[in-house]
Design a protein around this ligand. Structure first.
Ligand code: SAH
Ligand code: SF4
Length: 368
């Protein structure tokens, strides 16, 4: 389904397009940057607050554009670590954005690094067997404005809290990961446009190297990215170190099996001179054997990748479970012994349905 909003949101505009549009409205070129500064630096949420714009221009803008294309309907918190925002779009679709605070040791104190996990589609067409996002299939791609809007909602939340150590002009988080609902590379053009807006000096001015795009393994798009000058990081959801295991849990592997996926991954990392991340959810008795660990270590060494192990988050209605701690440790030990760079994620926010897609799924099925 292709979605056209009643009015386009200004959050999907680049400075170039906005300048053109304003020129057609008889405005001087500098107005575009003025408008964008109100949105991304001062982070106002109404046209009337843009007080250095003439009133008639503010009303023309209001008749040409909407501001937020997504409304916040719910925030769920798990302790002070995870906050999950449920957003409603104009067509009454729901998406999720999660804010995660990872405690980290700073000089003599605990500091929190915040990561925002954003959605790229409503639902997902790829139907991985363990994932809540794909359970009801794909509904539609998100517009670039709907991707940017998720981040502006998080900015509003954090700005309101007003951490005095943060300058208002910067985005109030440290990392952005496209690991929410949807397959970002299946929504390529909107993804790239949104990242351009997030990254631009006239936009959120957020460093592309602090943005990670996660894919289940869409080979043509990975190869396309390899040839483009993108600066963001790429993570590949591997979850199985042989075709046999991957086929059993990720239908995409039948289209792009390991013998095509891994060379594409290598090409991306060689052309960009950057280490890739392989994500590996640990699911009991499915992919957590020593043999899989050894194969995974081989792959990681071969394509020079970092491995991020993620203990599985239970999804209601699905039978999968995470292995117990000793088993997780045994798996990771194989990677360590093989000299593979790796991390194991300590799950945050399990109790607020932090695994992608779960909150939205409940909202669509019942009232939350
Ligand atoms: N579609 C993309 C990005 C969204 S999913 C992808 O698949 O990479 C983001 C990550 O969350 C993926 O690695 C995905 O496999 C993982 N994930 C999905 N369901 C999960 C669950 N129940 N527990 C832990 N991780 C999960
Ligand atoms: Fe889609 Fe990623 Fe979930 Fe697979 S893991 S169904 S690709 S969102």
């Amino acid at each position: 389904m292709r979605f056209s909003p009643q009015l386009p949101s200004i959050y999907g505009e680049t400075v170039e397009r906005l300048t053109e549009r304003l020129r057609a409205m008889g405005e001087p070129p500098f107005r575009a940057r003025q408008v964008l500064e109100w949105i991304y630096k001062k982070r106002v949420t109404s046209w009337d607050e843009m007080i250095n714009l003439p009133k008639p221009l503010r009303s023309s803008l209001a008749s040409e554009y909407q501001l937020h294309p997504a409304q916040q309907v719910l925030i769920k918190r798990a302790g002070d670590i995870t906050e999950k925002l449920l957003l409603e779009l104009e067509d009454r679709s729901y998406i999720e954005t999660v804010l995660i605070r990872y405690p980290q040791r700073g000089v003599g104190q605990e500091i929190a690094r915040t990561t925002v996990c954003v959605s790229s589609q409503v639902g997902c067409a790829y139907g991985c067997k363990f994932c809540a996002s794909g359970l009801d299939g794909w509904k539609r791609d998100l517009l670039a404005s709907e991707i940017v809007s998720q981040l502006l909602h998080v900015c509003a939340l954090e700005d309101e809290r007003g951490d005095p150590d943060r300058k208002r002009q910067e985005a109030p988080f440290d990392n952005i990961v496209f690991m929410g609902m949807g397959e970002p590379l299946a929504n390529y053009d909107n993804l790239v446009r949104a990242i351009h807006i997030i990254n631009a000096d006239w936009g959120l001015r957020f460093g592309a190297r602090r943005i990670t795009v996660s894919t289940s393994g869409l080979v043509p798009q990975i190869l396309r990215l390899a040839d483009e000058p993108v600066q963001f990081r790429l993570a590949i959801s591997l979850h199985g170190a042989t075709n046999e295991v991957r086929n059993a849990i990720m239908p995409i592997n039948r289209r792009y099996p390991l013998e095509t996926l891994l060379p594409a991954a290598r090409e991306f990392s060689q052309k960009h001179g950057r280490m890739l991340t392989l994500e590996y959810i640990l699911i009991e008795d499915i992919n957590d054997s020593f043999e899989q660990a050894r194969e995974l270590a081989k792959i990681a060494r071969d394509i020079h990748a970092h491995v991020n192990c993620i203990p599985y988050n239970r999804v209601p209605g699905l039978p999968w479970r995470r292995p117990d701690l000793p088993r997780q440790e045994a798996f990771v030990r194989v990677l360590r012994d093989a000299g593979v760079s790796h991390t194991i994620r300590k799950e945050k926010g399990d109790d607020i349905d932090a695994a992608c897609g779960q909150l939205r799924l409940r909202k669509e099925k019942t009232a939350v």
